[in-house]
Design a protein. Sequence first.
Length: 217
Amino acid sequence: MGKKIQKISKIISEEGIFFFFLKIFKYINTNICGISKEIIFEQDLEKSVPKITTELELSFRMASKEDIDFMDEEHYDYDLKGKQYSKDRLLKGDRCILTVYNGKIIGYTWVMKDYMELSQFNHILLSKNRIYVYKGFILKEYRGKRIQMFVHKYLANMLRKEGKRFVVLFIDIKNKSSIKCVERVGFKRIGFKKQFTFFGLKHDYIKNKTLLYLQNP
């Protein structure tokens, strides 16, 4: 309880009371009662990716269980539940690509093959020529430097070599910066996903036409 109070006090002192209540509203809308909407984006890897550069010298590597244990909740948005889920996904074949700058992990992106994650523990089949990208993250102090665009370029080159044709991902309809980022590297909107939450119970909805498109070559 003491840690939760300290966390609340830190949020209020750093972001103000308005943003504190905004976080509460978002939590209620996501976890208790509400409706969220995400855009489904797809990138055709046979089309060229625009030239993208960043002022930072970045490198990439695959994450291990030890890397996930290292990343904490305060900086990397990884609580104990999230860590366990991510380690379970590693065992199931998902890959976590770490973005590294000067030896420091500054971000991560997860890749899932054969399936697409609507929500935790709720997955649907995806065609073999597609791959699903999720949980993209960059440390706050490194945002706004076009790093995520560079990550998507790296992923496109990696997945093209593995014989994949399309990359699929979801972005919250309110996340304007991420939407702009993926559109600049060639992602196109192909549909929407809605999630209805009622006292912890979640129901995901995607139009059958969109599902059939994603599940067929």
